[in-house]
Design a protein around this ligand. Structure first.
Ligand code: V47
Length: 368
């Protein structure tokens, strides 16, 4: 990497990237124009070199993964986002609700992270969600629970009459260790309105994460990309996250989530070129200088593209997941889960060092 960087000016065909390299390695923050230039570059290889160099400055050759599982207790949802194929109205033939017995049958103490999210169920009380967390936590005391997006927290506040700080403290008391990054979608109000009215606004999403961080609950952040957004919308989204992280310092990972159109009301959207995925990941690594980790979500990218993204600033490959449903309902072509050995091989074969982590990014095992 050092050799490539030393020779960067000779390799790189984009003067803007040369300017950006000098900014980054003189510890100057990137601004909106730099981000625009990154999104418009045609020198994708040089962009990968910059993003990898930044990633390696932070984590060396380490790429993290976790033995985790996703649990979606119900897909019944009171709202219907145009981009979503998972949520179903109550009474729909594909609607489901898991019993506590079923939920607990999915939990084992081998897991290091249990990711629980679902629809906004019109009848379930907030107490039911707390009970799920308590029971899962009792069955798998060694696993961290990463549960409920800001959109669900907003919903819990509405159904319980508690304010958001009280909802968050109740979740912490029940056993939630971190919040997942879902529900952020795209903050730009115009596009957000088109793809997910009447969902929690971007500002509310940010306020809920601000409050979580204030109470010591860490979280992740996502962007849903590859639909109606412009480059400016992507930059605006990550800029808002950088500002919040400066203030609250509670984010672990930023996760670009590639939109899957099948079975959704946005199914006519044409796929973007692969260079766009790589740019979004690289931009995230270079612009979000205060986020420790950028995650490649292999479920939406596909396993092969996720492996390539490791060379575009990514330091986290997510995890085993076991059984993914939200994105597969929208046609994702990836497997629904993978083994620990899969990640060890995938990361090693890309030239990096696999590190198994828990949900709070404590290192559990380094696979030399
Ligand atoms: O916010 C729903 C997305 C997200 C579609 O925090 C879709 O570690 C693509 O947040 N195409 C939930 N995406 C996923 C999520 C997540 C995933 C992995 C790790 C973490 C983490 C968080 O699923 C939603 C939404 O953006 N989603 N439908 C779709 N058709």
């Amino acid at each position: 990497m050092e050799k490539l960087l030393n020779n960067f000016e000779n390799l790189c065909t984009d003067q803007n990237l040369i300017r950006i390299k000098n900014k980054i390695f003189n510890n100057n923050r990137l601004d909106f124009q730099d981000a625009k230039d990154i999104m418009e570059t045609r020198d994708i290889n040089s962009l990968g070199i910059l993003a990898s160099a930044k990633k390696e400055e932070l984590h060396g050759k380490k790429v993290y993964f976790v033995v985790n599982r996703h649990i979606n207790p119900s897909n019944v949802c009171a709202i219907s986002c145009k981009f979503c194929a998972f949520g179903k109205p109550k009474g729909h033939s594909d609607a489901y609700e898991m019993s506590m017995k079923k939920i607990l049958s999915l939990v084992s103490n081998e897991l290091k992270e249990i990711h629980i999210v679902g629809g906004l169920h019109p009848d379930w009380k907030f107490e039911k969600y707390l009970e799920i967390v308590r029971e899962v936590s009792a069955k798998a005391p060694d696993a961290h629970i990463k549960a409920f997006t800001a959109v669900e927290i907003d919903w819990f506040s509405q159904i319980s009459g508690k304010n958001v700080p009280d909802v968050i403290s109740s979740l912490i008391n029940a056993g939630v260790d971190a919040l997942p990054g879902g529900g952020a979608e795209i903050f730009a109000p115009e596009v957000r309105r088109k793809i997910c009215t009447p969902k929690t606004t971007g500002d509310s999403w940010l306020d809920i994460h601000r409050e979580a961080h204030k109470q010591g609950l860490p979280s992740n952040a996502t962007i849903l990309y590859g639909h109606l957004e412009s480059n400016d919308d992507v930059i605006d989204h990550i800029n808002r996250l950088r500002k919040l992280q400066d203030e609250s310092k509670g984010f672990f990972a930023f996760i670009p989530v590639l939109f899957q159109p099948y079975n959704t009301r946005l199914s006519k959207i044409k796929p973007f070129p692969f260079s766009y995925d790589l740019k979004v990941h690289a931009l995230a690594r270079l612009y979000l200088d205060n986020f420790p980790y950028i995650k490649a979500y292999w479920i939406t990218l596909g396993e092969k593209a996720a492996q390539v993204a490791l060379h575009y600033g990514v330091s986290d490959a997510d995890g085993t997941i076991v059984s993914e449903k939200i994105i597969h309902d929208a046609g994702a072509k990836s497997e629904i889960g993978h083994t620990r050995d899969f990640f060890i091989k995938m990361i090693k074969d890309a030239g990096y060092l696999p590190v198994e982590r828990d949900a709070l990014y404590n290192e559990l095992n380094i696979y030399e």
